[in-house]
Design a protein around this ligand. Sequence first.
Ligand SMILES: Nc1ncnc2c1ncn2[C@@H]1O[C@H](COP(=O)(O)OP(=O)(O)O)[C@@H](O)[C@H]1O
Ligand SMILES: [Mg+2]
Length: 400
Amino acid sequence: MDTVELSVLIVDEDLRSRNYLSALLFKKGYNVRTASQGKEGYISALRDHPDAVIFDPAMGDIPAVEFTHKLRTDRRTATALCIALARKEDPAQMADLLAAGCNEYLVKNQENLEKILKLIADLSPQVQETQPAAGVRKRKKRKGGLLCVFLSAKGGTGTSSLCANLATSIYLHKSDASVVVLDSVLPIGSIAGIVGYDGQMNLSTLCALPSETTDETFFRENLPALPAWRFRLVAGTPDPESAGSLQAKRIEQIVSKLQATYDYIFIDIGRSLSNMILPLIQKADVVAIIVSPDKGAIRLTRIVRQYLQEKGLPPNRIYAILNRVVGFEGVTKPEIEGLLSLTMQTTIPHLGGNFSLANDQHIPFAIKFPRDTAAMILKEAALKIITLANHARAETQQRG
Ligand SMILES: Nc1ncnc2c1ncn2[C@@H]1O[C@H](COP(=O)(O)OP(=O)(O)O)[C@@H](O)[C@H]1O
Ligand SMILES: [Mg+2]
């Protein structure tokens, strides 16, 4: 199977700088296109939907914020890695562009060019893994990617939003990790809607493929990449019809293949706890439970907590997140912890309409609102989750 070539669009009025960067990227084997003006660049982006767009914000014909906003709000370009590369630093411009949805704002210098090469290389885990000369160096044997499942006892708790956003935040700590998110919420998944994926591949179409064809190479090369989110996606079933015909027993096999291929596997289980999903929970390194601060959610979470305990889930694999989806505080954190006998390791504040706004525009929250304290909280929570996953795995390996 051929590896799909990554494509990069450079938009820069300065000919020398455009040529320099395009030669550099071309040498790395990327498919490079260039444009000298904002509008021309935008048209090219809509036509070719590149994996990454690098642009100098000094555009004569349209404001760079508008350029970014246009890219982010069109489905064809919403998920591209978007890098502003400015001649000199301008903090106000940087804030505006990051808020409009740019992933990075960098100043032109050698160090940052290296950084860009790395950011683009990170978009293709397959390139990194196939490069070392075969036979010369033995490939390190994978122990299996770390599995983190996200669940809640009630819908509308922020489970899908947090699953996607925390998966994205892994790169802040491990920039070369490969990450995949699988949406197993039935009958209609919602991660695709959050990240702006509208392709045909989903859990149902994958489960319908014969197991011989869905090997590690298949999953490494064919899952849709979402550059702005920095993970690959197994979208959920798009409608009740496809959910109804889902060959659910294939899910476990697919997850095993994903573990053989990716470093981190985040699964949105939502509130659909069932026998079909239980094996995934039992083999998860971390089970993230999302709780909202209202009496109904707490009562239901107690039941889920009890169920997990009965099924033998060790309590130290649970990572509890208190997400204040609702504005008013019905119950305090100590009360919730008491009622659930569970420490809330992270608390996400109520974010008004901002979380929904970022979701609607298919932009990770921390990129849309980099200065919001919640961006820092997400970053910290991602680190705590991957650390816990590593510990849990080490413990399992020691035991057996
Ligand atoms: N901390 C928060 N503050 C405000 N709104 C939030 C917060 N967390 C999530 N939301 C919003 O709540 C809604 C439900 O989120 P979603 O992730 O779909 O929940 P679930 O997957 O549990 O059903 C979304 O519109 C989301 O943007
Ligand atoms: Mg959901």
